[in-house]
Design a protein around this ligand. Structure first.
Ligand code: FCB
Length: 458
């Protein structure tokens, strides 16, 4: 690793990033905690999905994952070594309310109590998310899950309870992580739990997620003064050619992925072109729903990984991939981060933004010297931080950046085969090894805080 390179990147961007910028990393409960049935935790739809043959590419499950439930102190020590100012994690709803309604599970709350205290002792600001996909299974089997409107008040109750218990110790609290993935991958393409293929159910899910978000924000306002927001995944669509068909398809892709969520949250309406496209599959709504969804927010979380390259030709025009592709096959295209942040700022005047996820999967290996040489991830980080600095220079209000992920972990239907971590995890031994990218990020954060002094080599 080239430390001059780190110092140069850090020095170049110091002016862009505020002194109180939240340098962070992110994880989610289902992907790292393990302890799937311990201390009263109820099963989630992901526990069940993993048990269905063929759903998870490597046949794995989340019973143990990174065993973070037992190793959280060591993991917070890793964060402290990295110099993180902020950490984004999620509450597992079925850990604190096993059936998703009714009784609270005190041992489950006690775990988050310990984790939050441990973070605060380490000087790391806790940023939490309420729903990162692990729906209590009982809400799915007994109530019908997200396609059923009755789920909405249960989510609001859960949100209010978490806000009441933890709000004063959290730096921020987000309602949902990536509702597009929950709805589309869970109910239309079947890649994610609960594995359905019904577009009408997917769109109904998206509406109930948004309504649950709005209802939860209102319920939480009564309990806490902490910053409240939502986390959306944005994959900007680029037409492959100037063909009218490509441009129209890209516009629709943007409509389904970006505007379908941004318009109701920030404008109180669904995009007319997408409603028309959906026809009979458009969600059923009640009067007042859209007003409830469009609650004032304190922040917007944006998860950015790649762009969508939209081609309607046969065979498709492939994405050029000048910067390469990740181990997920996702094109690396940092410029889209700048462009997209500038665009949403102009079109929506959103509240302050956190980049709540950004990162890459790489086929990382610990070599004979105990080193993980992930030059690709170092380059990805460097380029995306440069793109972020550029957006800030162009006037976008960004308050923090969370690398996805702190640890290699359970990458949903890819199982443990895809490694996104700053730390390599050996799943046999649970040994964590700092990758070169962890050393790079650590030096970068140090240099950010080195004022105007020439940054020290790591
Ligand atoms: C996002 C998810 C996160 C992780 C990354 C790679 O869509 O929010 O849990 O799986 O992708």
């Amino acid at each position: 690793m080239n430390s001059n390179d780190t110092n140069f990147a850090a020095a170049a961007h110091r002016a862009a990033f505020r002194p109180d910028f939240a340098w962070g990393s992110a994880t989610s409960a289902a992907q790292i905690e393990g302890a799937g049935a311990l201390d009263g935790k109820g099963p989630s739809i992901w526990d069940a999905f993993c048990r269905e043959p063929g759903r998870i590419n490597d046949g794995s499950n989340i019973d143990v994952a990174c065993d973070h439930y037992h190793r959280y102190r060591d993991d917070v020590a890793l964060m402290k070594w990295l110099g993180l100012k902020a950490y984004r994690f999620s509450f597992a709803w079925p850990r604190v309310q096993p059936l998703g309604r009714g009784l609270w599970n005190e041992p489950g709350f006690a775990f988050y109590d310990r984790l939050i205290d441990c973070l605060l002792e380490a000087g790391i600001a806790p940023h939490a998310t309420l729903y990162h996909w692990d729906l209590p299974l009982a809400l799915h089997t007994q109530l019908g899950g997200w396609p059923a409107r009755e789920i909405v008040p249960h989510f609001a109750d859960y949100a209010a309870e978490v806000a009441r218990r933890f709000g004063d110790r959290l730096a921020s609290l987000a309602t949902l992580n990536e509702p597009w993935c929950v709805a589309t991958l869970g109910y239309e393409t079947a890649q994610f739990a609960p594995g359905k293929t019904n577009r009408a159910a997917a769109m109904q899910t998206s509406h109930h997620l948004l309504l649950a978000h709005g209802r939860a924000i209102q319920a939480m306002r009564a309990e806490t003064k902490t910053q409240l927001g939502i986390v959306l995944n944005h994959t900007p669509a680029f037409p492959a050619t100037e063909l009218e068909a490509d441009r129209k398809a890209a516009r629709l892709d943007d409509g389904l992925n970006v505007r379908w969520y941004m318009d109701p949250v920030f404008r109180g309406q669904y995009p007319a072109d997408v409603l028309e496209h959906l026809g009979a599959d458009a969600p059923r709504m009640e009067a007042g729903d859209l007003a409830e969804i469009a609650q004032p927010l304190d922040f917007l979380g944006v998860n950015f990984y790649t762009r969508s390259y939209i081609s309607t030709q046969q065979p498709k025009v492939p994405a050029p991939g000048q910067h390469g592709f990740t181990d997920m096959g996702w094109e690396i295209y940092p410029k889209a981060l700048t462009q997209h942040l500038v665009r949403i700022t102009r079109e929506y005047s959103p509240p302050p933004i956190y980049i709540t996820e950004n990162g890459m999967a790489n086929a990382d290996r610990v070599d004979a010297d105990g080193r993980v040489a992930d030059a690709e991830r170092v380059a990805y980080l460097r380029e995306h931080l440069a793109a972020l600095a550029r957006a800030i220079e162009l006037g976008v209000d960004v308050r923090g950046y969370f690398y996805w992920s702190l640890l290699d972990n359970f990458e949903w239907n890819s199982g443990y085969a895809k490694r996104f971590g700053l730390f390599h995890v050996d799943y046999e031994t649970q040994v964590r090894t700092a990758k070169d990218s962890a050393h790079w990020y650590r030096a970068f954060i140090q240099a950010q805080h080195a004022g105007n002094e020439p940054p020290k080599a790591p």
